[in-house]
Design a protein around this ligand. Sequence first.
Ligand SMILES: Nc1ncnc2c1ncn2[C@@H]1O[C@H](COP(=O)(O)OP(=O)(O)OP(=O)(O)O)[C@@H](O)[C@H]1O
Ligand SMILES: [Mg+2]
Length: 186
Amino acid sequence: MNPPVSEVVAITGTPGTGKTTVAKILRERGYTVLSVNELAEKLDCIVGEDEGCKIVDVERLREKINSVLPNGIVFLEGHLSHLLNPKKVIVLRCNPLELKRRLESKGWSEEKVLENVEAELIDSILVEALELCDEVYEIDTTSLSPEEVANAIEGIVSGENVEKFRPGKIDWIAIVEDYIDELIRH
Ligand SMILES: Nc1ncnc2c1ncn2[C@@H]1O[C@H](COP(=O)(O)OP(=O)(O)OP(=O)(O)O)[C@@H](O)[C@H]1O
Ligand SMILES: [Mg+2]
């Protein structure tokens, strides 16, 4: 018999796309969901702080993480989770216009909002995930409630509803063309 193993599913995405919000719902539904930031603290992989965001030594965390992962499906939540050798990656996406509003309401600096809106606009995390992992999905969360995002994640993990979430269907630049100036004005 094979030894029991963990099946790591990364929930990643630009800040503000709703990773922590959906993580809470998945936990309430009985899933194991670990926060990358919390794991990094526990495993002594925080190497600094920038504007209130913890800087994680990803290499070190990647080496140490297996020792603390339980067996079975484990969701890893955080914008670095796709860098930690997951079996599957789910990238949460959000229309940059809505994302801008969400990040501004967090009180983030103009520079930090702009940096993240641009990252979402050009699919940064999706591209990174596709380079690193064979099984990548993306969910447009813009007009979904957090519960609906959790349903979509459950569908992907159970293998029932994967086609809809294959990457390549989201094109923010086409959608927000008329607003690009407003989005990236310095
Ligand atoms: N599906 C959703 N619809 C509307 N608003 C949402 C949705 N998901 C999250 N939000 C709101 O967006 C904001 C950001 O959500 P959240 O903190 O979960 O994002 P995050 O991806 O974890 O960001 P970070 O990478 O900074 O931790 C919160 O105010 C949250 O209430
Ligand atoms: Mg979060």
